[in-house]
Ligand binder design. Structure first.
Ligand code: GUN
Length: 283
């Protein structure tokens, strides 16, 4: 029987820790503040933004909400970002993705001040991560490192395989595992013999966006399996990129879907807001 890595509980522990740190900053007259921008009314984005605002409330972070209509122009959005960049009371800026098709996402990401880039998507944040400088780390991979550390998984020297090479998860995940002294391989859709590579992993992180793609035949006995995927199956049940029923009996630890990686993303966003306030106040 594999140990289930309880992301819900770990994310709560982290939010409780952040709550104390945010209160400590309040004692120094620093009110941690996050500006959240949502353009349009994509249903999934609306739910994510609501949950981010709830997490702010829980941790004592002030959230400023900007809900803009679908027809908002790129110019209008960039102007709002400029204003928030210049506002000393705002520590972090989050623009929920995806944006409507007429707005260029990379232009928006690059316009956010690197000092307020709590999503960790700005090229400067990505660069800082890759050379090991202090900066913002993309929330999902940062959350996975916390899941591993708090579940007493030793990354140092471990054979780590990341399946997926996205800018938001796969690539920063590889960088973070290298920082923790893992031996890291990144696989993707063009990898010739995926199974041969994944079967080497002591720690297997799966972010390929294909429902229940990884079964026991891809997993080494005793591996730790982290499932980043989330999909809705017929009949409304949620599943990940990993076939849980098949993999659970062969691995040593596994994240469930839901309740694994998902809740960690928002907890780490709260952490990045706290970190932004620290950096902006020379702490
Ligand atoms: N859309 C899906 N995930 C994310 C995220 O982590 N940050 C933002 N800004 N948008 C997203």
């Amino acid at each position: 029987m594999a140990e289930i890595i309880d992301g819900k509980q770990i994310s709560l522990d982290i939010k409780d820790e952040i709550k104390d740190k945010v209160a400590w900053l309040k004692g120094k007259d620093i009110e941690v503040t996050l500006a959240v921008i949502l353009v349009g009314n994509d249903p999934a984005s609306t739910v994510y933004v609501k949950n981010k605002k709830l997490a702010c409330e829980y941790t004592g972070i002030k959230s400023l909400s900007y809900e803009l209509p679908e027809e908002t122009t790129e110019e209008e959005l960039l102007k709002l970002i400029d204003e928030l960049n210049a506002d000393k009371k705002v520590n972090g800026i989050l623009v929920q993705l995806p944006l409507p098709k007429h707005i260029k996402e990379d232009a928006v990401i690059k316009r956010i001040s690197p000092d307020k880039d709590v999503d960790g998507f700005h090229p400067e944040s990505v660069g800082r991560l890759s050379i090991g400088e202090r900066g913002f780390v993309s929330c999902t991979p940062a959350g996975i490192i916390q899941l591993l550390k708090r579940s007493k998984v030793d990354i140092d020297g471990a054979e780590c395989v990341v399946v997926g090479r996205s800018n938001i998860v796969g690539k920063p995940m590889a960088m973070l595992l290298i920082r923790e002294n893992g031996t890291v391989t990144v696989c993707h859709s063009r990898t010739k013999d995926l199974k041969e590579v994944t079967k080497r992993a002591d720690i297997l992180v799966v972010a390929i966006g294909k429902p229940e793609f990884i079964d026991a035949s891809y997993v080494k006995e005793g591996a730790v399996v982290i499932d980043v995927g989330i999909h809705r199956k017929e009949g409304k049940k949620l599943c990940g990129d990993v076939n849980y029923a098949s993999v659970e009996p062969v691995c040593s630890k596994i994240t469930p879907v839901p309740g694994g990686v998902g809740p960690m993303t928002i907890a780490m966003l709260m952490y990045n807001c706290y970190e932004a306030a620290l950096m902006q106040n020379g702490l």
